[in-house]
Design a protein around this ligand. Structure first.
Ligand SMILES: NC(=O)C1=CN([C@@H]2O[C@H](COP(=O)(O)OP(=O)(O)OC[C@H]3O[C@@H](n4cnc5c(N)ncnc54)[C@H](OP(=O)(O)O)[C@@H]3O)[C@@H](O)[C@H]2O)C=CC1
Ligand SMILES: O=C(O)CCC(=O)C(=O)O
Ligand SMILES: [Mg+2]
Length: 428
């Protein structure tokens, strides 16, 4: 695989700051299924936004790296070491979706990349663009940013398949050392087993990133979403560690519901209410929590109560697709996987490979384009990022949109994936 030696055009992190050369090398993975369609559209829009904003002064040097079906075809391996190395060495990259087989076969390459590069935050902003069709009454109120923990939880891949020797060995150990827990398995002989690790370290770094973001972006609240009533020592502990982090490290900037509960117990409800009102009036960020099932209802019924959301891996996966539906669907939902300590980041759409539409030049490239917009903003190339947002507003307002929006909008003209990119460029 052609992988140029790391050179002065690599983005680096120095003293906690990204150093971005004017012609940075940025690796990209095309992706499977509809990946090539949306990547072809995306790269043109990103290049146009950079050219419009900086003329010849700045330009991205794209470096193709391989993963998934294309890597397997070319190199007989799903995720070449050279790809992981390039994402690590060049620090910032972008990818299309990759296929993961269900119920067997290779484990998720998407999840593997996140874990190998320790990108502990999956950052997924959910905002509405004027004119986008939505199933909710007031999509304008949907402006949430999901911080999904990206390296732990049941995505760790600690699974034992039914009836395999490894599972029998595991169950024998469990029976010997934890007989009470073993008895709780209803059908031990026919079960598959998964293990859910959740740590205080993983929780704290995720929550720190979420609060940092809330402070820098003048957000009102961070809601910890968990299922801690049922999974007490994983999801319940996540809630407790997240509250403790806010109280210990951000006492000046935040006020927590847990503090409010404590004041209520000690001094009564009126005192707790007054304390909270005072903290919020002084610009403190409210740290609160919600159990995952009711949170999934309330993000629909009262979206204005949700702002930044900090949650575990599986909850975050569910929440991101559910929230995307409120603002026009998965065709427009961007994301980034980020390690804020090393600077390593891989930007990618929230959706998957949508294989039935592969090579039809049909799907909405908006999710990957907006992931690229997040990438440009991450690099500090704000003018180029703004140009994309402004073009997206103008293009949607002109009602020339891909099939997913066209089927929900009145009097819209359906255009192809590539034509949507053309329209964005024309509207820049
Ligand atoms: N990060 C990643 O790389 C991810 C990979 N995947 C993988 O992708 C594969 C397919 O997963 P699946 O669950 O079907 O989910 P997908 O997100 O691929 O597709 C589900 C549906 O979402 C809609 N959709 C998806 N992408 C677009 C788009 N760009 N524009 C408009 N609509 C879109 C389509 O809806 P409609 O039918 O209504 O038109 C599509 O049928 C699996 O192998 C899965 O593991 C899944 C998620 C993330
Ligand atoms: O890796 C996959 O195939 C799916 C991942 C996913 O759904 C996500 O990260 O949102
Ligand atoms: Mg998902």
């Amino acid at each position: 695989m052609n992988n140029p030696v790391l050179n002065s055009n690599a983005i680096t992190m120095q003293h906690g700051r990204l150093i971005v050369p004017d012609q940075p090398i940025i690796p990209y993975i095309e992706g499977d299924g509809t990946g090539p369609d949306i990547w072809r559209a995306t790269v043109r829009v990103l290049d146009a936004a950079v050219a419009k904003s900086y003329q010849d002064q700045r330009k991205i040097q794209w470096l193709e790296v391989y993963a998934g079906e294309k890597a397997y075809r070319l190199f007989d391996t799903w995720l070449p070491d050279a790809t992981v190395d390039a994402c690590k060495n060049y620090l910032v990259s972008i990818k299309g979706p990759l296929t993961t087989p269900i119920g067997g076969g290779i484990r998720s390459l998407n999840v593997a990349l996140r874990q190998m590069l320790d990108m502990y935050v999956c950052l997924r902003p959910v905002r509405w663009f004027n004119g986008v069709p939505s199933p909710v009454k007031n999509p304008k109120s949907v402006d949430m940013v999901i911080f999904r923990e990206n390296t732990e939880d049941i995505y760790a891949g600690l699974e034992f398949a039914q009836k395999q020797q490894r599972l029998r060995t595991f169950l024998a150990l469990l029976k010997e050392h934890f007989p009470d827990q073993f008895k709780k398995i209803r059908f031990p002989l026919t079960s598959g087993i998964g293990i859910k690790p959740v740590s205080s370290e993983g929780t704290e770094r995720l929550m720190r990133a979420a609060i940092d973001y809330a402070i820098k972006n003048q957000r009102r609240s961070v809601t910890i979403v968990h299922k801690g009533n049922i999974m007490k020592y994983t999801e319940g502990a996540f809630r407790n560690w997240a509250y403790a982090l806010a109280e210990n490290e951000f006492a000046e900037q935040t006020y927590t519901w847990r503090q409010s509960e404590k004041t209520k117990d000690e001094k009564g409800e009126a005192a707790a209410n007054a304390e909270q009102a005072d903290a919020l009036a002084n610009g403190k960020i409210l740290i609160k929590d919600a159990i995952a099932d009711i949170a999934l209802q309330q993000v629909l019924t009262r979206p204005e109560d949700f702002d930044v959301i900090a949650t575990l891996n599986l909850n975050g996966d569910y929440l991101s697709d559910a929230l995307a539906a409120q603002v026009g669907g998965i065709g427009i939902a961007p994301g980034g996987n980020i390690n804020f300590l090393t600077g390593t980041a891989v930007f990618e759409a929230t959706h998957g490979t949508a294989p039935k539409y592969a090579n039809l030049d049909k799907v909405n490239p908006g999710s990957l384009i907006l992931s690229g917009e997040m990438m440009l903003r991450y690099l500090g190339w704000t003018e180029a990022a703004d140009a994309i947002i402004q073009a997206m507003d103008a293009t949607i307002a002109s009602k020339r949109v891909t099939y997913d929006f066209a089927r929900l909008m009145d009097a819209a003209t359906e255009i192809k994936c590539s034509e949507f990119a053309d329209a964005l460029i024309a509207n820049m």
